[in-house]
Structure formats: C-alpha cells, structure tokens
Write a protein that binds this ligand. Structure first.
Ligand SMILES: Cc1ncc(COP(=O)(O)O)c(C=O)c1O
Length: 381
C-alpha cells in the first residue's frame, strides 16, 4: 500500500483515485478517517462515504484538543449543576476589555438572541433588521408580539444603514444588526456602523450579532465591543463559541452589555449552563493556536471556492466569514437537492434571495475541492 502524499490529501478524492492509490484518507489528530468511494452517479468523481456539511457554518476541525481534554477531565462533574462560570467570565472579560458584570452566558448565542427578542417585543412595537439576515431573534420577537420591519440589503447585498435608519419608527424597540451578516458574508463599514449604533441606542436597544467576529480580516471592520467597554447603554454585542471554537453542539455563547442591561438579561433568560460547555469554552478561549489554525484553513477553503466562481464567472459575495454566497442562477432548492445526491449538504433557502443564490459553508480544503468538482460536473458542462 502506497502512502498518500500531503498534496494528494489536499487535492482530494479524484486526485487520489487518479493516482491509483487506496481511497482512504488516514485519521489525524484533527480529522476523522475519510473513506472515499466511487459515486453511484458519476464514475469520474470519488465520493466520500459521509455527508459533507456545508450547511450550518460549523467549524469542521473543532473542538480543539485543549477543549476535548477539558471535557474529558471534567466528565465526572456531569452529576453536578454548573453554577461556576467565574473563571470563564474572567477570561472573556480580559480578552474583550470589559468587566465580568458586562457578560451574560447563554446556551449558545441563540439564547442571547431570544432574550433580546423578548426585550425587543415588550411594548408590542417593532424591530428593524436587514433582509435577509439571521432569523432567531426576529422569530422570537415576532412570536412575542413585535412587528418585524425588514429592510432589503442594497444592490451590493450590503446592509443598508440609511434605509434602516429611515425605517425606524417611534415604536421601534430594537434594531438588529448581524456583522458580518448571514447568509450574506460581508461586513458593515466600521465608521458608519459605530455612528448608527450610537445614534439609535439613544432611544432603543441595538443588537450587534458578531457570531463570525474571529474570522474577519478586513480593515473596514470593527467590533462594537468597544462601545460596551466605554459604558454605553442599550447596546448588546453577541459572540459565540460555536464557530471559531468549534463547540456548536455544546451550546454556549455570550452577550455583552451595560451591567444594568446584562443583569436584566440574566433575570429573564431561561437556559442553564452546561458543565462541560463551560470548561470547554474556558480552555478554548485561552488557546490561540487552534483559532489561528481554523482561520488559516478557512481561508484556504474560501480560496478554492472563490477561484471556482471566478473561473465559471459566477457572481459571489467576497467572504469575511466561514461561508460564501453564490449566485448560481438556479433555485436554491434544486441546487440543494442535486448536491445532496453527491453527499453534500448546502445551505437552506434564504428568502427573498433563494431564487438564484445559495449559501455554502466552508469545510476542510479537501472537501471543498470535492464540492468544486461536483459543482462543475452538475452545472457547468
Ligand atoms: C449570525 C448568527 N448569529 C447567531 C448564531 C447562533 O449561534 P449559536 O446559538 O450556536 O451561538 C448563528 C448560527 O449560525 C449565526 O449565524
């Protein structure tokens, strides 16, 4: 049996099969074994024997080794309620330049989004957001009696702050911003954003969802965490351990706000902390190596897909995150179904853009090479 070279592993299935090698990618500390088999649908594409998840913007490498070690060492505490998050809060406070009083821990940042949805619907007024954007907060607010005012993104598919400003009404209790946005993987320009957040938060809550913060490498981007550190009121910044830290299944995320607002959020939240999520996040946030690795790999994967878009002359949104958004020109439901037959899960529908756009999450580079092969096979012959 010939050993695989690193290049063959990176090039993925077809390169391996073409080289006449055994179609198995060996297990490494960071990756599971990847068995390859001939596709039932196309003789020339070697298909992995598992579903490749390009559907939920997860980190394909996580949890990190340090997080796994912390989980293993604390399994015996699973009989205990997890009420001690002090060490984690101190780490988060240190990283973000805020105080522990500013921090609310949620079962994923989804819980923080739900809590804000509740706060934003207390008077049964309105919530203003970009369209399309992430839905969790909006769904919760709508179910709790708020009207959702959706403001279409502009022609470049960027969040349109001027249009959002114009859409705000006297009864608007909350403005929701996702930066970078999702499913559109681009950022909001930092100066315009800061001005908007300061101005709007005088009269209502402003929620800045920064789930993908760690992936951004763009000089026009700035986290709004600084406004929390400066003591501004009515602003919530959300972060999560689900993305760069690869802990999505453990459900832990964070809200940052003025101490009075943070205390109110703690009072109304309904989730409880998971003992293993707390220790895993604590270990993970102390580690710099794994996030740097994940960022590097994410860039590699994005490059593979963006190169394909350039080659096939497909419009796509340059990504500041761990996913991309491609104008395939076809119904997303059709694209999704076709990819599924090849073992690839792509993003769900994102109305109103689902007629021609598809969201594709990044996974490992070798898996993205496979995605490109399948895309070309399906749609560009
Ligand atoms: C913009 C955005 N915010 C929040 C979340 C929720 O993340 P979690 O609840 O896992 O922290 C996601 C998940 O995909 C997201 O894309």
């Amino acid at each position: 049996m010939k050993d695989l070279t690193r290049r063959q592993i990176l090039l993925g299935g077809s390169a391996i099969v073409a080289a006449g090698l055994i179609p198995t990618i060996p297990k490494t500390p960071l990756t599971p074994a990847m068995k390859l088999m001939q596709s039932a649908l196309a003789d020339d594409i070697a298909r992995p024997d598992y579903m490749i998840r390009l559907s939920s913007n997860e980190n394909p490498y996580g949890p990190s080794r340090v997080a796994l070690k912390a989980i293993a060492e604390n399994m015996h505490l699973a009989n205990r309620y997890s009420r001690n998050s002090r060490a984690l809060e101190e780490v988060l406070a240190g990283i973000n330049g805020v105080s522990t009083d500013n921090i609310v821990i949620g079962t994923g940042s989804s819980e923080i989004l739900n809590v804000a949805g509740l706060l934003g619907s207390r008077t049964h007024g309105s919530v203003v957001c970009a369209d399309p954007t992430y839905q969790t907060l909006l769904r919760y607010a709508e179910n709790s009696g708020a009207e959702i005012i959706r403001v279409p993104v502009n022609e470049s598919l960027n969040t349109d702050l001027d249009a959002m400003r114009a859409a705000v009404r006297d009864d608007t209790d909350l403005v929701y911003l996702t930066n970078p946005n999702n499913p559109i993987p681009s950022i909001i320009e930092k100066n315009a954003l800061r001005k908007f957040v300061l101005e709007q938060s005088k009269d209502r809550l402003v929620f800045v969802d920064e789930a993908y913060h760690e992936y951004v490498d763009n000089p026009d981007y700035e986290s709004m965490m600084g406004l929390i550190a400066e003591g501004h009121k009515n602003i919530i910044v959300a972060r999560t351990a689900s993305k760069i830290h690869g802990l999505a299944g453990l459900r832990i995320g964070f809200g940052f706000a003025h101490p009075d607002l943070a205390a109110e959020m703690r009072r109304i939240k309904t989730g409880e902390m998971h003992v293993l999520a707390v220790v895993a996040a604590h270990a993970s946030y102390l580690d710099e190596e794994f996030p740097a690795f994940a960022i590097r790999k994410n860039k590699e994967s994005l490059q593979i897909v963006e190169d394909m878009c350039e080659e096939l002359d497909l419009r796509y949104i340059k990504s500041d995150t761990n996913f991309t958004f491609i104008q395939t020109g076809m119904q997303n439901s059709v694209v999704k179904e076709k990819f599924e037959a090849y073992g690839i899960l792509t993003g769900r529908d994102f109305p109103p853009l689902h007629d021609t756009w598809t969201r594709v999450s990044m996974s490992k580079p070798e898996e993205m090479h496979y995605f490109v092969q399948v895309y070309k096979q399906l749609f560009s012959t």
